[in-house]
Design a protein around this ligand. Structure first.
Ligand SMILES: N[C@@H](CCC(=O)N[C@@H](CS)C(=O)NCC(=O)O)C(=O)O
Length: 206
């Protein structure tokens, strides 16, 4: 059976749990990272030398990097649905996955870690404000993209939505000022109707 290492409040672990829920992939999960530790132990580092979560092992194959794990699971279990078979549609889904990891999270990381994982007296508010400003700019591009689409590639839900959804949930549910993004909110409302999303993402992230 697929084995997943990672704490359930991690933005990156949640992508994998949500993906497994959507594709009805049975798995065993082991708490790791954060207060659970384990990630510095030699047997964990042998699977994932970054010491971060998530990590999966599938039939003896160890894999890390959340978006790569999502791509792998979708290719294996969701060809034609979450993993579009048409190369153009798949490239669009992958583009948004890369945008999430390489642009959106890079912008949002300091605000998220500063406001959610750092005690108030240790927060660098200038850095947090700059991060929130950059995040709003980054998300406004997605908001415009979603003006005439139900999901990031168009009318069908794909792995691209999974990568973006866990970050969007945090931005929409943190106590911060947000510019209005009606298309992003409408897209997120659609995600929120999915049982697998409710189970894996709509949970406390603190
Ligand atoms: N690019 C990696 C980043 C992994 C990452 O930063 N994971 C965080 C949790 S979201 C982590 O392991 N933090 C340390 C910890 O939980 O102990 C991925 O997408 O999997």
């Amino acid at each position: 059976m697929l084995k997943i290492w990672g704490r359930t409040n991690s933005v990156n672990v949640q992508k994998v749990l949500w993906c497994c829920g959507e594709l009805e992939i049975p798995y065993e999960r082991v708490d790791a990272g954060g207060q659970f530790g384990r990630t510095g132990e030699p047997d964990y580092l042998a699977m994932n030398p970054t010491g971060l979560v998530p990590t999966i092992v599938d039939d003896g194959f160890a894999l890390w990097e959340s978006n790569t794990i999502v791509r792998y699971l979708c290719a294996k279990h969701g060809a034609g649905t979450l993993w579009p078979e048409d190369p153009v549609t798949r490239a669009l889904a992958e583009k948004w996955m890369d945008y999430q990891l390489g642009t959106l999270w890079v912008a949002f990381r300091a605000a998220f870690l500063g406001l959610v994982r750092t005690p108030p007296e240790q927060r660098d508010m200038d850095q947090i404000d700059a991060s929130l400003e950059g995040t709003a700019r980054t998300l406004s591009l997605l908001d415009r993209h979603l003006a005439d689409k139900e999901y990031v590639v168009g009318s069908s839900f794909t792995m691209g939505d999974i990568a973006l959804g866990t970050t969007a949930y945090r931005w929409l549910n943190m106590e911060i000022e947000r510019p209005e993004m009606p298309n992003l909110v409408a897209w997120h409302d659609r995600l929120s109707g999915r049982p697998a999303y409710q189970r894996s993402v709509m949970v406390p992230f603190t």
